[in-house]
Write a protein of this length. Sequence first.
Length: 222
Amino acid sequence: MQEQARTVDRREGPYGEVVLRSRGEHYEIIANGCFLMDTSDGRSERLLIDVAMDALDSRSEPSVLIGGLGVGFSLAHAAADPRWGRIAVVERETAIVDWHREGPLSRISGAALADPRTVILPTDLVVFVQTNDERFDALCLDIDNGPDWTVTDGNSSLYGPAGLAACRDRLKPGGILAVWSAQPSEAFETAMRNAGFEQVRTEEIAVARGVPDVVHLGVRPA
């Protein structure tokens, strides 16, 4: 029998309600009533980082932009790999950053946040990719449950033509876009190709029940 969830913290922010709950030894994040992620596994969040590095293995100290701090698995995994250079994390929810800096999620991300390569960018990812001029070797994005299941309506633009074009422009030539999703999306693969990405493919990770988690991948032409 699954243990009952206990609310650890609840905040109202500019994008709605965000809640941190504990369930036994694990924690979970809920945004506007939508389950985002928990600390029970983390394999697919780590895969998000690994597939990007595998594609960039020949580059010296590649930079990575992680979209969404979440429960910290992607950041911690990137910081544990000495091959990465700059590790930038975009997170728009102040509450989530607080839970990592001063709260119970620090057990996952504490060492990564202290890493001199790591910087937290407290802004909205959609705005960042559209307005910032910095380019990265990899964009590893995990801010929704997937292109077809967004947390807020505004996030949907990230997966359309304009958003994908902005992501492409934030990549260096030959850089890789990796997007986490709770289910595969053929329509999103087509959208990536239409936006000019090459070598588009999907990596799967099996889950206990239901369809596998996936990471959608595409490369900006050199």
